[in-house]
Write a protein that binds this ligand. Structure first.
Ligand code: NAD
Length: 275
């Protein structure tokens, strides 16, 4: 592990050329207490060797994009990871070997991937969240409260929209909000979730938590949690206007995890919403 002597946390951005990767490079460069130590892309990516600052639309930072995560992690204090499920599992293992904090924004992990991350979290601090923004994590708390207060007379539906290039559904945020609704009702989400409907579905089951997914254009992320009762609806909404909210949240999570003991933490822990 790179020991922190100057009080600045050295962070590696993996998936540096991605939509989030570029925004993460900017956030790391701008936020006090953090500095970019390396930028990693997959082997064969056209951006290997490019300057990470230039890639992110900044002045050159003197950090060339590399395809060697192990060497990058050995010189760092933490990793910011918004990539793909298989890559994230491999990065968790490498981060555990290097003994550095791992912040995971990647969504769409299968349960085997989650198990591998839990294992790595026995060795290092991992912060994993389907949404790193303050606003969504606040809305999740409100959803839990509303689900508890309104009970099963109000049907819960989670509606989300994202840009046309998103590859998983429902979004990690929709699942986070669905879990919050289920927690408010003291039920496991898996037993109540209805992820899609088509054809002769029959009437809606009492207590179901439904999901609906829209994809198109350049939408960064919109979520509505609808509580539909007899004659009235309560709608809790979040609209992401800029990816910077996720990137700043991720850097904040890394700074929070720096020097913290092993464990799998959420953004609610980072933001103190669980206190
Ligand atoms: P993207 O496709 O633009 O970027 C992913 C990048 O990862 C690509 O550049 C790709 O080349 C790189 N990559 C893939 N495998 C790699 C490997 N083995 N090593 C290094 N780099 C590798 O995707 P995106 O829109 O930036 O989203 C990335 C992930 O982050 C998605 O799962 C998305 O749902 C999630 N996301 C989470 C939040 C949050 O707040 N938690 C917010 C936005 C996006």
């Amino acid at each position: 592990m790179g020991e922190d002597t100057m009080g600045t946390m050295r962070l590696v951005v993996v998936g540096a050329a991605g939509r989030m990767g570029r925004v993460l490079i900017r956030a790391v460069s701008e936020m006090p207490g953090a500095e970019l130590s390396a930028a990693v892309e997959r082997a064969g990516a056209p951006e290997i060797g490019d300057d990470a600052g230039t890639l992110a639309g900044l002045a050159p930072l003197g950090v060339a994009v590399t395809d060697d995560p192990a060497a990058a992690f050995a010189e760092a204090d933490g990793v910011l990871d918004f990539t793909l499920p298989a890559a994230t599992v491999a990065f968790a293992e490498l981060a555990a070997e290097a003994g550095i904090a791992h912040v995971i924004g990647t969504t769409g992990l299968a349960s085997s991937g989650d198990a591998a991350i839990e294992k790595a979290a026995e060795t290092i601090a991992i912060v994993k969240s389907g949404n790193m923004s303050l606003g969504v994590n606040l809305v999740a708390g409100l959803v839990e409260k509303a689900a508890r207060a309104l009970g099963e007379d109000f049907d819960i539906e989670v509606l989300e929209m994202h840009h046309r290039r998103k590859i998983d559904a429902p979004s990690g945020t929709a699942l986070l909000l669905g879990k919050a609704a289920a927690a408010g009702r003291n039920v496991p989400l898996d037993e109540r979730a209805v992820y899609a409907r088509e054809g002769e579905t029959g009437a809606r089951e009492t207590g179901a938590i439904g999901f609906a997914t829209l994809r198109g254009g350049t939408v960064i992320g919109e979520h509505n949690v609808i509580f539909a009762g007899e004659g009235e609806r309560v709608v809790l909404s979040h609209i992401a206007e800029d990816r910077t909210i996720f990137a700043r949240g991720a850097v904040k999570a890394a700074l929070w995890a720096h020097g913290r003991g092993p464990g799998l933490y959420s953004m609610a822990d980072v933001l103190g919403l669980n206190d």
